[in-house]
Design a binder for this molecule. Sequence first.
Ligand code: PBE
Length: 293
Amino acid sequence: MRKHLKIWALIGAVVFAFSLMAGCGAEEAPTASFGGRIVGIEPGAGIMQATEKAIEVYGLDFELQDSSSFAMAAALRSAIENGEWIVVTGWSPHWKFAVYDLKYLEDPEGVYGGAETINTIVRKGLEEDDPALFAFLDNFLWGPEDIGMVMLDVSEGVDPWEAARKWVDENADKVAVWTEGIEFPDGGKAHLAFVEWDCAIASTHVVATVLQDLGYDVEITSVDAGIMWQGIATGSFDAMTTAWLPHTHSGYWAEVGDQVVDLGPNYDGEAKIGLVVPAYVTIDSITEMNDYR
Ligand code: PBE
């Protein structure tokens, strides 16, 4: 009888000790796992198509979740606050790199295509219809600090029009270069399309603000990426400032590239897409993802 008691006491103590160890472990080192999902953004984004391809090429046992750029950033934030592992479809320029310590996972198969440019695309016929608008859009060019400033303000809750106004007022010298020597018409009209990607929100509101200052009646319409490209091709929209070429929007370019006019890069930094994780995630390559599914 006494012997049994002792054994039970011993078992109890051992179980108790283990439960303590497990408890502490869970607090100090959150589970090293991605939960089987890649947090994506809007379904029409080029980065979503690239990620479907990455899942195939690397044989990833992961589900790509559709969401929005905004929801992706919220998921990233909450994972980082809790020290959890997360993998998101990420791109630069984006304010998340200024706010969090992040890294791109290596992509040895080159599925995400490396560095590219952000271009301004206009409808055919715009040059004849409004040469001033065409010339201004052709001149529009800014850099990482410029777009970073507007994006960061918007990410902190500043209204995009207000953030754009602030940048335009503080950068009259740059705006002057875009408009130099151009004779703008009275009563001009411009219709810009964009997608609710942080970088596109920033560039579109800045271009629209400058045009309004020049007396234009400006309409901006946020749509899906496919509608944006189609709408420029059919002439429903005059312009957009968020064509990622040659990689991310290669599918859209293949469809309608010959029906639009490419004015070339409007961003003089490096544009890039890929899979992004918090810096504390201990893997460095997409090839290691399945081990921490
Ligand atoms: N992005 C931002 C877009 C282009 C701009 C990378 C999310 C895309 O994937 O299509």
